[in-house]
Design a protein around this ligand. Structure first.
Ligand code: NAD
Length: 434
């Protein structure tokens, strides 16, 4: 196992970083300038606390052993244990994990949760592995992470290509490797577990519901209704599906969808449940859905619509396609879907963006509820969960919206300013050890 501390990182400062990390740093620095962030706290927050990289062997179905590389980056824990997802995808690397961990720090702070930020995953394409192999990979990754995760230290959750089953394997492996008296008390080492294994009713839909709520709150502020509004969704997984489910219930019309395999369009509307059931029967792909026509992937973001929900990967809306976007609102279900250049173009054109750290924060709020439920030995009911989520999301949205109006800044900068100020306050109150 390699653990790179912040100290080592400082020596690497001159190495140019690319991709998502550039975006998150630019967003952070611009907000830090706005609030005159204390220079010492800017130094601390510009760097990750811990970076854990593990290489571990797993026996494949054919008897051969394959070596995997897993990451867990712990950005900051000034407000509480590190919190953030685990992603299984070929694009997972240290740069992506750092950026995603930083976003989690801002997200948990903005939501007013007692958490810091972390993120990680394994660089792999899960479609190339059997269910048995994925289980062994997950369990061995958990074993390799060992005490670098823990219910009061660092609490992973699902992200791209991981789900409640993945979390159940992690919880079981973590609990099985504790001393006997501590085993069952540790199930909140991960959130996003299945109902029946410590999972929270409604955690599956929490992120998508939060995305929908943010869109609804934005529409209310702009005296608009979602009824008959056309929207497009990139990514039809956990976040994309549930956001669409709630948008459809409100009367909005899904007109185009893109996933990892292709894009489809129907300006008369795509039935969300029909598409979901079709994708389940089609290896998770929306391609060739009979009630829509194929759309060239490069034309997806230019589809005629009022609302665009990117809910797949980072860096999808850039200088290359921002000019062609027809939507008047971008609701960021994904983390980091809009890069800095793309955002400038959109804001200049008067397009509103509900930023990821606000828009998709329903997921981590749901995770917090699950963690509390496990910690207190309680079982919460779905209605109770949804009502609490609704209240929390409204508070966050109003806080960001009002700050942005008052200070005359875009929603992302406002969200960052609020989030960073809360962490700054904790550092100022506590001081720096020793
Ligand atoms: P998921 O694995 O359930 O679904 C991902 C979807 O994106 C799939 O439909 C996949 O086909 C599609 N996709 C993958 N690569 C693509 C590409 N290149 N182009 C278009 N589509 C592509 O993942 P998820 O949990 O829904 O996460 C989606 C995004 O939301 C990620 O950015 C994640 O970090 C973010 N997010 C997730 C949660 C959560 O609770 N799951 C919470 C907050 C943020």
């Amino acid at each position: 196992m390699t653990t790179i501390t912040a100290e080592v990182n400082k020596k690497q400062k001159k190495v140019p970083v690319r991709g998502m990390m550039d975006n998150v740093m630019e967003q952070f620095n611009s907000a830090a300038d706005q609030i005159n962030l204390h220079p010492n706290i800017r130094k601390i927050l510009s760097i990750t606390n811990n970076e854990i990289i593990v290489h571990f062997p797993v026996k494949m179905d054919n008897g051969e052993v394959e070596i995997f590389t897993g990451y867990r980056v712990q950005h900051n824990n000034a407000l509480g244990p590190y919190k953030g997802g685990l992603r299984y995808h070929p694009t997972v690397d240290i740069d992506a994990a750092r950026a995603l961990a930083m976003w989690m720090t801002w997200k948990t702070s903005l939501a007013g949760l007692p958490y810091g930020g972390g993120k990680g995953g394994i660089q792999l394409d899960p479609s190339k592995y059997s269910q048995g192999e994925l289980e062994r990979i997950t369990r061995r990754f958990t074993f390799a992470l060992a005490d670098n995760i823990g219910p009061e230290h660092d609490i992973p959750a699902p992200d791209v290509n991981t789900n409640s089953q993945t979390m159940a394997w992690i919880a079981d492996t973590y609990m099985s490797t504790r001393p006997p008296a501590e085993r069952t008390a540790n199930q909140h080492v991960v959130t996003g577990k299945p109902d029946g294994s410590g999972g929270l009713e409604g955690r599956d839909r929490a992120t998508g519901y939060g995305v929908f709520l943010n869109i609804k709150f934005w529409a209310e502020k702009n005296n608009e209704s979602l009824f008959d509004k056309k929207y497009i969704v990139q990514g039809f997984g956990n976040v994309g599906y549930w956001a669409s489910y709630f948008m459809e219930k409100e009367g909005a019309k899904l007109v185009a969808v893109q996933d990892a395999f292709g894009s489809i369009e129907n300006q008369n509307g795509i039935n969300v449940e029909d598409l979901f059931n079709y994708s389940l029967s089609n290896n998770g792909s929306i391609v060739d859905f009979p009630e829509a026509s194929a759309l060239k992937s490069e034309n997806f973001f230019a589809t005629d619509c009022q609302i665009c929900i990117p809910a797949a990967l980072g860096n999808q809306i850039t200088a290359k396609n921002a000019d062609s976007i027809k939507a008047q609102l971008i609701a960021e279900g994904a983390n980091g879907p809009t890069n800095v250049e793309g955002e400038k173009i959109l804001l200049d054109r008067g397009v509103s963006i509900i930023p990821d750290i606000l828009c998709n924060s329903g997921g981590v709020v749901g995770s917090y509820f699950e963690w509390l439920q496990n910690r207190n030995g309680e079982l919460w009911l779905l209605d109770e969960v949804m009502a609490k989520l609704d209240k929390k999301m409204r508070e966050s949205f109003n806080k960001v919206y009002e700050y942005s109006e008052r200070e005359g800044m875009d929603l992302r900068t406002a969200a960052y300013c609020i989030a960073i100020k809360r962490i700054e306050k904790a550092y100022i109150q506590r001081g720096i050890f020793p």
